[in-house]
Unconditional design. Structure first.
Length: 225
């Protein structure tokens, strides 16, 4: 067995700690991009996957980037997700156009979440408003963590998302309205707890701002008695 074959075999060791150590040692070894990407597509351990990404970005970009881009077309969910994550870490603006609307709306939540994060990192200034318009079409999707990922990606685009939020804030879908309002609150206060923001958004949506203010004033008056 050659030295390269030995390294590749160790990436698939049965023990996750051994796989992690192997991934840490192969970053400066040439000719392993395909093996690293193959392992990314199947590796079950989050920390090992992150180290595999680190190893990939140590490889020459002219070799790595085209092969990472090809993984975006994979039928394997994890291959697409890890490729997007790797692109966000490489950070090359030239890869922006590979994050298509299809990836931003991928039916798999993990792929979509990774696409949102990567797009927010890579989008050039003149495409950020377009990206915001794409992202808001996903309001109301998924569980709390999926929704938080979407909101964080939007907030990362900055104040320009304000006008883009307006149609969602007036949506007939209560879930979309609450998610949009929570995103608006997060934009105003990035340190706010998202769960509290969603709860507040739903209360505002159900009561209306004036009734909510009256209810809060009534609670304060009762507490003072």
């Amino acid at each position: 067995m050659s030295a390269v074959e030995t390294l590749v075999a160790r990436l698939g060791a049965g023990d996750s700690s051994a796989r992690l150590r192997s991934a840490m040692t192969v970053g400066d070894q040439p000719g392993l991009v395909e093996a690293l990407l193959e392992r990314c597509a199947v590796e079950p351990d989050f920390f090992v996957r992150d180290m595999l990404t680190w190893a990939l970005i140590q490889q020459p970009a002219e070799v790595t980037v085209p092969k990472v881009l090809a993984e975006l077309q994979s039928d394997r969910v994890q291959a697409r997700s890890q490729a997007l994550h790797t692109l966000s870490k490489i950070g090359s603006p030239a890869t922006w156009s590979a994050i298509t609307p299809e990836l931003l709306r991928d039916p798999d939540d993990e792929v979509a979440r990774t696409a949102w994060r990567a797009a927010a990192v890579l989008a050039p200034q003149d495409k950020r408003e377009w990206l915001a318009g794409e992202l808001v079409t996903q309001f109301g999707r998924g569980d709390r963590m999926v929704q938080l990922s979407l909101s964080r990606a939007l907030v990362a685009l900055g104040e320009l998302i304000g006008p883009v939020l307006e149609p969602a804030l007036a949506s007939k879908d209560a879930g979309v309205r609450a998610h949009a309002r929570a995103t608006d609150l997060l934009l105003r206060d990035p340190d706010a707890a998202f769960a509290a923001d969603v709860d507040a958004a739903r209360r505002i949506d159900n009561l209306g701002p004036e009734k909510l203010a009256a209810a809060e004033a009534h609670k304060e008056a009762q507490a003072a008695c």
